[in-house]
Structures are given as C-alpha cells and as structure tokens.
Design a protein. Structure first.
Length: 221
C-alpha cells in the first residue's frame, strides 16, 4: 500500500479536473494490494480494502484528511497531523518514503515499445531520476495521453502538493508532455480506470473532525 501511494504521489501531471474511478495494484498484480480511488471535481477519496478498518483518505479542495474510527465514532484527522503521528510511531518507515520522491529528473526516453494497461494503450518509457536521498534510479514507466489517465493523476498531484508544499520534477515533465501514467516499474499499475462519476455521498465529511489533540483525547477516554 505504501509503495503504491508513494510512487503515485511523485509522478503526476496537473490538468483539468474531471470525475472518475480507478483501482490500483502493486507491480506484481496482487489483487490484495488494491487501492480504490474515486474523485469528483476537487474531491477525492482513497480506500484501502485490505486495511478498511483503519480508515480512508479524503480530500476536500486543498484540505486532506485521514478519516478513521475511534471507539465506534468516525473522526476526520488533518492529514498533516496524521503524518506527524505516523512519524512518531515509526520514524524509520516514514523516512523511507523519500526514496520514492524525486529530487531531479535526468532523462525520460521512449523505448519504442507499447503496452496495454487496464485496457488503455500506452507507450513504455525509461525514467532516469534522482531520489531525495541522492540515489540514482532507473525505472520503466507506461505512459498515455488518454484523458482519464491524466485526470486520475491530476488528483494525486494536487494531493501530494498539499502534503509537501512543492511541485515534483517528474510531474512537471509529464505535464509538459501531456502524459498520464499507467504503470510505474514494479511499484504499481492501474488495474481499472473509468470516467464514471462516483456517488457523491462517498465524499461527505463525518460529523466530527479535528486535529491530533482530538485524536489523542479520544484514545485515552
């Protein structure tokens, strides 16, 4: 799950907002790794079926939340507070996410090969890039100019910008070329993708929302 989301957050173009739904799986095609993404306008919801009891991610405009369940009551926790809590509980794992974020891009080159992913024709590219830790990496990406592929990744780009406060160089390059991403090496691939508008009730905020202090108070009551 962490690898899928981390890889997506670093490589998404910014384009016009639209509605859609997608299912993402890891590079091995393991169905139990599925991540369900639904978006409409400036709202997005990300569910992790395998970890449904832990909650889901919700974005409303430029605000992101982790919606979880505490003592039978739903609580919307600001995503940055959730990040801080995750860092306190497992700083080593949080730090490892930087290996999936780009410091710079050395090259993005077409290989001449084609690949169909989730029923969408894409072209295979080689990406040479440098991680935030200064490590040189090379991965194969399947890219497409299909509108639905760009729209899916638009939502994740807005999400990662909200989290980090800065643009990603891979996203900038893809934006210049008008491309969306269908597969990122062995990290993730799109299993299904459509422009169907999801049920808007999925984006409703729970009655209670708050910060890290609210969560801690709920846990000790």
């Amino acid at each position: 799950m962490r690898r899928i989301i981390s890889a997506l957050l670093m490589c998404i173009p910014l384009s016009a907002l639209a509605d859609g739904q997608a299912s993402l799986i890891d590079g091995k095609g393991d169905p139990s790794s599925a991540v369900e993404v639904r978006w409409a306008g400036d709202q997005m919801r990300v569910d992790f079926p395998r970890h449904a009891s832990k909650g889901y991610l919700l974005m409303q405009g430029n605000n992101g939340y982790l919606v979880t369940n505490i003592s039978g009551q739903p609580l919307a926790l600001d995503i940055r507070d959730a990040q801080a809590l995750a860092g306190q509980l497992g700083a080593d794992k949080a730090a490892s996410l930087s290996s999936y974020q780009a410091q710079s891009v050395s090259a993005l080159s077409p290989t001449g090969a084609n690949e169909v992913v989730a029923g969408i024709q894409g072209q295979v590219y080689r990406l040479d890039w440098v991680t935030q830790e200064g490590e040189n990496r090379q991965d194969q990406l399947v890219l497409s100019d299909a509108p639905e592929a760009q729209e899916l990744l638009t939502m994740f780009d807005r999400y990662q910008t909200n989290l980090t406060g800065h643009a990603d160089p891979v996203a900038a390059m893809l934006r210049e070329r008008g491309l969306g991403i269908l597969r990122f090496g062995d990290k993730f691939q799109v299993a299904s993708l459509s422009s169907t508008t999801p049920d808007t009730s999925l984006f409703a905020m729970p009655a209670k929302s708050g910060g890290l202090n609210d969560l801690l108070k709920s846990m000790i009551q």
